[in-house]
Design a protein around this ligand. Structure first.
Ligand SMILES: [Fe+2]
Ligand SMILES: [Fe+2]
Length: 184
């Protein structure tokens, strides 16, 4: 098993974009909160989230991301279950989401990005101002944060067996509790 610091080093080696690094930290924040809720191995869950898009800059096209990134992680000592979870976050990978970690990663990926987008249009640009109602309202606004797939958000919550509003509230509070570190 590698450490979180080693995972961050891999992330920074291949991801130079500040916003993509921030995305990794935001997904990590939500996934770690679910690890605590479900009694998962928090360090492992964090590492998975930090690395899920590590190869996006070098493999901007699907399915190269994350398929070609996965063996690179294997070479760097990232364990099999973490790599499998990373593969499973891409619908086209053919790897079904089975473990709680896999379901949590998928459920938090698009949603944390969407919550971040909701925060950045608030006057303070802070996640402290974001609530479930405003997120649900923005989800209906097709012109807003168009790159975020709403269906993935809905399916992610369902995969976790969570009510959508509860899942959104859970991720908002996890991000609020770590707002400074995730740039919100
Ligand atoms: Fe991805
Ligand atoms: Fe992602």
């Amino acid at each position: 098993m590698i450490t979180r610091d080693a995972a961050l080093e891999i992330l920074h080696e291949f991801t130079k974009s500040e916003s993509l690094r921030r995305h990794a930290l935001q997904v990590e924040t939500c996934v770690a909160a679910y690890a605590r809720k479900f009694g998962g191995d928090e360090e492992k869950w964090r590492i998975t989230a930090l690395l899920h898009d590590f190869d996006w800059e070098i493999h901007p096209e699907a399915p190269d991301h994350p398929m070609k990134g996965e063996p690179m992680l294997a070479e760097r000592g990232v364990p099999e279950d973490v790599r499998r979870a990373i593969l499973s976050h891409a619908n086209y990978s053919g790897v079904p989401r089975e473990s709680q970690l896999e379901k949590a990663l998928f459920a938090c990926d698009e949603l944390s990005g969407f919550i971040s987008a909701c925060a950045l249009v608030k006057p303070s640009r802070k996640v402290a101002e974001v609530d479930v109602k405003s997120v649900r309202k923005k989800m209906k606004d097709k012109a807003f944060a168009r790159s975020v797939n709403r269906e993935d958000i809905v399916h992610g919550a369902a995969g976790l067996g969570a009510d959508l509003d509860e899942h959104i509230a859970f991720c908002i509070s996890a991000m609020q509790a770590n707002a400074q570190a995730i740039g919100l």
